[in-house]
Design a protein around this ligand. Structure first.
Ligand SMILES: [Zn+2]
Length: 88
């Protein structure tokens, strides 16, 4: 499994930046991350009930195999494994 070399939550835009060992850098916006949540609750809900574009990332918790993200809409069940993040 490839682990990122660096993670940064840019407070101004609320974007999550991820640096990978191969030099690739991702900059993911919160709405995209929120929509990509694969927890059981999100997968069972129709997409039209999803959050708006103004959702923000409040905090991150590194889990070893990925990160747990807490969003401004109160959602904190999303776990994003590193290989999944790389596909976003
Ligand atoms: Zn979810």
């Amino acid at each position: 499994m490839v682990l990122p070399t660096r993670l940064e939550l840019a407070p101004a835009e609320g974007r999550l930046r991820i640096w990978w060992p191969d030099g690739r850098r991702q900059s993911l916006n919160p709405a995209r991350l929120r929509a990509a949540c694969r927890c059981a609750a999100c997968r069972s809900k129709p997409s039209e009930e999803g959050p708006g574009q103004d959702v923000r990332v409040i905090t991150l918790q590194e889990m070893g195999y990925g990160i747990q993200i807490v969003f401004s809409d109160g959602h904190d069940r999303g776990i994003y494994p590193w290989p999944y993040l790389q596909t976003l």
